[in-house]
Design a protein around this ligand. Structure first.
Ligand SMILES: [Mn+2]
Length: 310
């Protein structure tokens, strides 16, 4: 791997997988609807000790404007751009220092800042995007206006121009260097007029949930092999709503069509075992959407620890 100036940290990272944890309490509803609580939830569930990481605390980010920007249709656009700058600059610094960071969101909008950082420090890298949704709406077709409906399209060069142009280059990730695992909403998104990545980004690999369920580890091995062939390193992004809401109800948009904890652990174990993994983001745990006795946070921490072999 190039651009890893600190070999000692890299060795340490190989032993502990992720060496630093950075909380990113984003919630793109503009209403602080719950995902901003995720870093605190995972810390309370013991994530720092379970993963053996250094806790760098939280970034100061907030989308505090619930109105849709009149020009783009994106909620809190100015705040989202400011959030993306903070995430980009901090992630860029960690990557340049040779860390392998784990960012704990928050929601999928964290990727806009991450992608801009990766474009600077790992310009040939790819993205392994594990999500229950395609997240390829634009500001017009998204019924909510939330940036977390849109970020994958944005990274592939489609959508609200201020977001698309946020990275130093467009698209932020070359289409062939992106692999998508787990979407269950392709038909729904198409019916609602969402831009279709199979059309605008045909070189991007998409493995829908029905295929992924048949062989989670095998599909992930093929995904990592494809990224290793096409890219130099990759970022792993995990939206926990790829879980079936039957096993993890603490998400913003419940859907039973996803993975169980063991299946997702198998996906993550393969991705995290790859020496070409640059860093990861894990997002969408909304404790306000689950009953008080819900144990989603504890189960997520256990799954992450198992995935990295601790
Ligand atoms: Mn998502």
């Amino acid at each position: 791997m190039h651009n890893r100036p600190c070999p000692d940290r890299r060795r340490e990272g190989a032993r502990t997988m992720f060496d630093v944890l950075l909380g990113v309490p984003s919630d793109c509803s503009g209403r602080f609807a719950g995902c901003q609580l995720m870093p605190a939830e995972l810390r309370a569930a013991g994530v720092v000790d379970a993963l053996g990481v250094e806790d760098l605390g939280n970034l100061q980010v907030a989308i505090a404007d619930p109105r849709r920007d009149p020009a783009t249709g994106v909620i809190g656009l100015k705040d989202l751009l400011n959030q993306s700058r903070v995430i980009r600059d901090n992630t860029q610094a960690l990557l340049a220092e040779g860390h392998r960071p784990l960012l704990v969101g928050g929601d999928c909008t964290v990727l806009i800042g991450v992608a801009a950082a990766m474009a600077r420090t790992h310009p040939e890298a790819g993205l392994l995007f594990v999500d229950g949704h395609l997240d390829c709406y634009d500001g017009t077709t998204s019924t909510t206006g939330e940036g977390a409906d849109m970020e994958l399209a944005v990274l592939l060069g489609v959508g609200a121009q201020p977001l698309v142009e946020f990275a130093d280059r467009t698209p932020a990730f070359a289409h062939r260097r992106v692999v998508v695992l787990g979407p269950f909403d392709e038909a729904d998104a198409a019916a609602e007029g969402s831009p279709d990545p199979r059309t605008f980004a045909p070189e991007t690999t998409i493995v829908p949930i029905d295929e992924l369920l048949a062989d989670p580890g095998g599909h992930t091995r093929r995904a990592v092999a494809a990224l290793d062939a096409r890219a130099d390193g990759f970022w792993l992004h995990l939206d926990l709503d790829v879980h079936s809401s039957d096993v993890m109800p603490a998400v913003d948009y419940r859907d039973p069509r996803g993975l169980d904890f063991d299946q997702l652990r198998d996906v993550l174990a393969v991705a995290c075992a790859s020496p070409t993994l640059v860093g990861a983001s894990v997002v969408i745990l909304n404790p306000t959407q689950a009953p008080p006795e819900d144990e989603s946070a504890r189960r997520v921490v256990e799954m992450l620890a198992a995935a990295i072999g601790r």
